[in-house]
Design a protein around this ligand. Structure first.
Ligand code: URA
Ligand code: SF4
Length: 207
Protein backbone atom coordinates (compact mmCIF):
# COMPACT_ATOMS: atom_id res chain seq x y z
CA UNK A 1 0.00 0.00 0.00
CA UNK A 2 1.08 3.60 -0.52
CA UNK A 3 2.38 5.21 2.66
CA UNK A 4 4.51 8.14 3.79
CA UNK A 5 5.45 6.24 6.97
CA UNK A 6 9.10 5.35 6.09
CA UNK A 7 9.81 9.00 5.19
CA UNK A 8 8.63 10.50 8.51
CA UNK A 9 11.47 11.26 10.98
CA UNK A 10 10.76 10.54 14.64
CA UNK A 11 12.71 13.51 16.00
CA UNK A 12 13.69 17.04 15.09
CA UNK A 13 10.34 18.80 15.29
CA UNK A 14 8.71 20.76 12.49
CA UNK A 15 11.94 21.71 10.68
CA UNK A 16 12.95 18.03 10.37
CA UNK A 17 9.44 17.06 9.26
CA UNK A 18 9.34 19.79 6.62
CA UNK A 19 12.76 18.81 5.24
CA UNK A 20 11.87 15.12 5.07
CA UNK A 21 8.46 15.75 3.51
CA UNK A 22 10.17 17.52 0.62
CA UNK A 23 11.53 14.11 -0.45
CA UNK A 24 8.43 12.01 0.28
CA UNK A 25 7.57 9.40 -2.33
CA UNK A 26 4.92 7.67 -0.31
CA UNK A 27 2.38 7.79 -3.13
CA UNK A 28 2.44 8.70 -6.85
CA UNK A 29 1.31 12.33 -6.33
CA UNK A 30 4.88 13.59 -5.92
CA UNK A 31 5.60 12.78 -9.57
CA UNK A 32 3.57 15.45 -11.34
CA UNK A 33 3.48 18.12 -8.65
CA UNK A 34 6.10 20.88 -8.40
CA UNK A 35 6.93 20.40 -4.72
CA UNK A 36 5.65 19.20 -1.35
CA UNK A 37 3.48 21.80 0.35
CA UNK A 38 4.01 21.21 4.06
CA UNK A 39 2.10 22.93 6.86
CA UNK A 40 2.95 26.49 7.90
CA UNK A 41 2.86 28.19 11.28
CA UNK A 42 4.35 28.02 14.74
CA UNK A 43 5.02 24.89 16.80
CA UNK A 44 3.21 26.81 19.57
CA UNK A 45 0.05 27.41 17.52
CA UNK A 46 -3.18 26.95 19.50
CA UNK A 47 -5.26 26.02 16.45
CA UNK A 48 -4.51 23.69 13.56
CA UNK A 49 -6.51 24.25 10.36
CA UNK A 50 -6.64 21.22 8.09
CA UNK A 51 -7.58 21.58 4.40
CA UNK A 52 -7.67 19.08 1.55
CA UNK A 53 -4.57 19.45 -0.59
CA UNK A 54 -2.56 22.29 -2.13
CA UNK A 55 -4.02 24.01 -5.19
CA UNK A 56 -2.29 25.46 -8.23
CA UNK A 57 -0.88 28.53 -6.45
CA UNK A 58 0.18 26.55 -3.39
CA UNK A 59 1.99 24.06 -5.64
CA UNK A 60 3.94 26.90 -7.30
CA UNK A 61 4.72 28.80 -4.09
CA UNK A 62 5.26 25.85 -1.75
CA UNK A 63 2.96 27.25 0.96
CA UNK A 64 -0.55 26.20 2.00
CA UNK A 65 -3.59 28.45 1.44
CA UNK A 66 -1.92 31.26 -0.52
CA UNK A 67 -4.35 31.13 -3.50
CA UNK A 68 -7.98 32.29 -3.79
CA UNK A 69 -9.30 29.86 -1.14
CA UNK A 70 -6.55 30.99 1.22
CA UNK A 71 -7.38 34.66 0.72
CA UNK A 72 -11.01 33.94 1.58
CA UNK A 73 -9.98 31.88 4.61
CA UNK A 74 -7.74 34.69 5.92
CA UNK A 75 -10.62 37.14 5.65
CA UNK A 76 -13.01 34.75 7.41
CA UNK A 77 -10.52 34.06 10.22
CA UNK A 78 -10.00 37.78 10.80
CA UNK A 79 -13.75 38.36 10.89
CA UNK A 80 -14.21 35.50 13.35
CA UNK A 81 -11.53 36.91 15.63
CA UNK A 82 -8.95 34.15 15.21
CA UNK A 83 -5.43 35.54 15.59
CA UNK A 84 -3.32 34.50 12.55
CA UNK A 85 -0.28 34.21 14.85
CA UNK A 86 -2.01 31.40 16.76
CA UNK A 87 -2.76 29.31 13.71
CA UNK A 88 -0.96 26.42 12.03
CA UNK A 89 -2.33 25.67 8.54
CA UNK A 90 -1.89 22.40 6.73
CA UNK A 91 -3.57 19.91 4.40
CA UNK A 92 -4.61 16.26 4.58
CA UNK A 93 -2.57 15.64 1.40
CA UNK A 94 0.73 17.43 0.77
CA UNK A 95 1.00 17.27 -3.03
CA UNK A 96 -1.22 18.96 -5.65
CA UNK A 97 -3.31 16.51 -7.68
CA UNK A 98 -4.58 17.74 -11.02
CA UNK A 99 -5.63 16.90 -14.54
CA UNK A 100 -5.46 18.91 -17.74
CA UNK A 101 -8.33 19.08 -20.20
CA UNK A 102 -5.65 19.28 -22.91
CA UNK A 103 -1.85 19.15 -22.87
CA UNK A 104 -0.30 22.51 -21.84
CA UNK A 105 -3.70 23.79 -20.70
CA UNK A 106 -4.61 25.01 -17.23
CA UNK A 107 -4.18 22.52 -14.37
CA UNK A 108 -7.53 21.49 -12.90
CA UNK A 109 -7.71 20.38 -9.26
CA UNK A 110 -8.68 16.75 -8.77
CA UNK A 111 -9.84 15.36 -5.41
CA UNK A 112 -7.35 12.99 -3.77
CA UNK A 113 -8.37 9.33 -3.49
CA UNK A 114 -8.79 7.53 -0.18
CA UNK A 115 -5.53 5.67 -0.91
CA UNK A 116 -3.62 8.94 -1.32
CA UNK A 117 -5.20 10.50 1.75
CA UNK A 118 -4.36 7.38 3.77
CA UNK A 119 -0.80 7.36 2.40
CA UNK A 120 -0.26 10.98 3.46
CA UNK A 121 -1.85 10.63 6.93
CA UNK A 122 1.46 9.99 8.77
CA UNK A 123 2.53 13.58 7.99
CA UNK A 124 -0.63 15.02 9.51
CA UNK A 125 -0.25 12.70 12.52
CA UNK A 126 3.33 13.93 12.98
CA UNK A 127 2.26 17.57 12.72
CA UNK A 128 -0.42 17.00 15.37
CA UNK A 129 2.06 15.27 17.68
CA UNK A 130 4.55 18.16 17.44
CA UNK A 131 2.18 21.16 17.46
CA UNK A 132 -0.30 19.67 19.96
CA UNK A 133 -2.99 22.22 19.11
CA UNK A 134 -5.79 22.97 21.57
CA UNK A 135 -8.26 22.78 18.69
CA UNK A 136 -8.41 21.40 15.14
CA UNK A 137 -10.52 23.21 12.55
CA UNK A 138 -11.56 20.68 9.92
CA UNK A 139 -12.04 22.33 6.52
CA UNK A 140 -14.36 20.15 4.46
CA UNK A 141 -14.96 16.50 3.71
CA UNK A 142 -11.47 15.31 2.75
CA UNK A 143 -9.92 16.62 5.97
CA UNK A 144 -12.88 15.25 7.94
CA UNK A 145 -12.53 11.77 6.50
CA UNK A 146 -8.76 11.85 6.98
CA UNK A 147 -9.13 12.69 10.67
CA UNK A 148 -12.45 11.11 11.65
CA UNK A 149 -13.04 8.30 9.18
CA UNK A 150 -15.09 7.70 6.06
CA UNK A 151 -18.46 8.17 7.78
CA UNK A 152 -17.70 11.88 8.34
CA UNK A 153 -20.39 14.20 6.91
CA UNK A 154 -19.58 17.88 7.09
CA UNK A 155 -23.24 18.96 6.87
CA UNK A 156 -24.09 16.92 9.98
CA UNK A 157 -21.39 18.23 12.31
CA UNK A 158 -20.26 21.63 11.03
CA UNK A 159 -20.11 24.34 13.66
CA UNK A 160 -20.12 21.88 16.55
CA UNK A 161 -17.31 20.97 18.93
CA UNK A 162 -16.35 17.29 18.61
CA UNK A 163 -14.18 15.37 21.04
CA UNK A 164 -12.50 12.39 19.43
CA UNK A 165 -9.40 10.28 19.87
CA UNK A 166 -7.12 10.82 16.87
CA UNK A 167 -3.83 8.96 16.42
CA UNK A 168 -4.01 7.96 20.07
CA UNK A 169 -4.68 11.33 21.64
CA UNK A 170 -7.87 13.13 22.66
CA UNK A 171 -8.57 16.07 20.35
CA UNK A 172 -11.21 18.80 20.14
CA UNK A 173 -12.37 19.59 16.62
CA UNK A 174 -14.66 22.11 14.96
CA UNK A 175 -15.59 21.05 11.41
CA UNK A 176 -16.70 23.54 8.78
CA UNK A 177 -16.99 23.82 5.01
CA UNK A 178 -13.95 24.14 2.78
CA UNK A 179 -13.27 27.74 1.67
CA UNK A 180 -13.21 26.52 -1.97
CA UNK A 181 -16.81 25.36 -1.50
CA UNK A 182 -17.68 28.92 -0.48
CA UNK A 183 -16.12 30.20 -3.71
CA UNK A 184 -18.22 27.73 -5.73
CA UNK A 185 -21.51 28.23 -3.85
CA UNK A 186 -24.58 29.65 -5.61
CA UNK A 187 -25.20 31.95 -2.66
CA UNK A 188 -21.63 32.87 -1.92
CA UNK A 189 -22.49 35.47 0.70
CA UNK A 190 -24.59 33.02 2.73
CA UNK A 191 -21.90 30.33 2.44
CA UNK A 192 -19.27 32.82 3.60
CA UNK A 193 -21.36 33.86 6.59
CA UNK A 194 -21.73 30.18 7.49
CA UNK A 195 -17.97 29.70 7.42
CA UNK A 196 -17.42 32.77 9.62
CA UNK A 197 -20.05 31.55 12.10
CA UNK A 198 -18.32 28.16 12.40
CA UNK A 199 -14.93 29.83 12.84
CA UNK A 200 -16.46 31.98 15.58
CA UNK A 201 -17.42 28.78 17.39
CA UNK A 202 -13.76 27.77 17.11
CA UNK A 203 -12.64 31.17 18.46
CA UNK A 204 -15.10 30.97 21.38
CA UNK A 205 -13.94 27.44 22.19
CA UNK A 206 -10.36 28.68 22.46
CA UNK A 207 -11.46 31.58 24.68
N1 URA B 1 -7.24 24.24 -0.75
C1 URA B 1 -6.77 23.47 0.24
O1 URA B 1 -7.41 22.57 0.74
N2 URA B 1 -5.55 23.70 0.68
C2 URA B 1 -4.78 24.67 0.20
O2 URA B 1 -3.67 24.81 0.69
C3 URA B 1 -5.30 25.47 -0.83
C4 URA B 1 -6.53 25.24 -1.29
FE1 SF4 C 1 4.10 11.70 0.22
FE2 SF4 C 1 1.73 12.78 0.76
FE3 SF4 C 1 3.08 13.61 -1.35
FE4 SF4 C 1 1.96 11.22 -1.39
S1 SF4 C 1 0.90 13.22 -1.27
S2 SF4 C 1 4.08 11.71 -2.03
S3 SF4 C 1 2.23 10.58 0.76
S4 SF4 C 1 3.71 13.86 0.78
Amino acid sequence: AYTAEPFVPSRGGLPALRRAAADCRGCPLHRDATQTVFGAGSTDARVMLVGEQPGDQEDRQGKPFVGPAGKLLDRALAEAGVDPGEVYVTNAVKHFKFTRAEPRKRRIHKAPSLRETTACAPWLAAELAVVEPELIVVLGATAGKALLGSSFRVTQVRGTVLEEEIHGRPERLVPTVHPSAVLRADDREAAYRGLVADLRTAADTLG
